[in-house]
Design a binder for this molecule. Structure first.
Ligand code: ADP
Ligand code: MG
Length: 253
């Protein structure tokens, strides 16, 4: 899609868990080739929003469209096939598999070929292609040199980057990152920021949930702010920094 065109559109998106409204009739858009920050205090509904977009949870009401197609009766598989790549807030790694196998298998299970092919097994050529793209993704996050180490030997920050590599491996149209900078060292954060700027310049869009305000403010073209499931502000980082409702949500309450 051309830069600036509408990629994802949430229209009155709502998710209730019993009496709790985790996402309360939220509207927002993600344009192509942009980094959009999704921020808000703990429990604001950010991860739930990711789960609605990627088919982990069904909407209670409302609509989310991706490239004009409504994401309904969505499965995580189908979401990946459409070009939605994501990481999870809590890292999911198989500790005794190598780093590259974690990236390739994770990408494969979530990916275009799907679980069926994983069960039926890949032929050699397909496996080689998959490992090749896993290696390229690892190189992009700066982990090529530990590709063949058991994943369990990596530090938490590195495991977060493995998750990013796994999402990148599928070459998504929209990359959804749930707190990717949590637990990263200063140098790793800088490298991640550089990578996200790079993928944006290549035309990929990023929806970024992040608690590190300096990190998200320095990267995002636009921010969407949630509080108790409701969108309370939206705009450029400079405006959001001094928005009274946002300050109140973070400091007051
Ligand atoms: P955030 O990611 O912004 O911290 P979440 O989206 O994880 O917030 O959670 C939003 C609200 O929904 C919280 O009150 C949380 O406890 C609740 N919640 C999230 N997932 C579930 C679930 N599967 N079942 C019940 N309540 C949930
Ligand atoms: Mg969360």
């Amino acid at each position: 899609p051309a830069p600036g065109t509408k990629l994802l559109q949430a229209d009155q998106a709502r998710k209730s868990f019993g009496g709790l409204v985790a996402v309360n009739d939220v509207n927002f858009e993600v344009d192509s080739g942009r980094i959009i920050g999704l921020i808000g205090p703990n429990g604001a509904g950010k991860s739930t929003t990711f789960n609605l977009i990627t088919g982990v949870l069904p909407l209670t009401s409302g609509r989310i469209a991706f490239e004009g197609h409504p994401l309904q009766a969505q499965t995580p598989q189908r979401a990946a096939t459409l070009g939605l790549g994501r990481t999870f807030q809590h890292v999911e790694i198989v500790a005794d598999m190598s780093v590259i196998e974690n990236v390739a298998l994770g990408a494969h299970l979530r990916g275009r070929a799907g679980v069926l092919r994983a069960i039926l097994r890949l032929d050699r050529a397909e496996e080689a292609l998959l490992l090749d793209s896993a290696m390229r993704a690892l190189a992009r996050v700066g982990l090529a040199d530990v590709a063949y180490e058991p994943a369990g030997t990596l530090a938490l920050g590195q495991l977060r980057l493995v998750e990013v590599a796994r999402a990148l491996c599928l070459e998504p149209v929209l990359l959804l990152l749930d707190e990717p900078a949590a637990g990263l060292r200063v140098g790793e954060k800088k490298a991640l920021a550089k990578l996200l700027r790079e993928v944006r310049s290549e035309g990929m869009s990023v929806l970024l949930v992040e608690h590190d305000m300096d990190f998200v403010m320095s990267l995002a073209d636009r921010l969407v702010v949630l509080d108790f499931g409701t969108k309370i502000a939206e705009g450029a980082p400079v405006a959001i920094r001094q928005d009274p409702a946002v300050l109140e949500a973070y400091l007051g309450g």
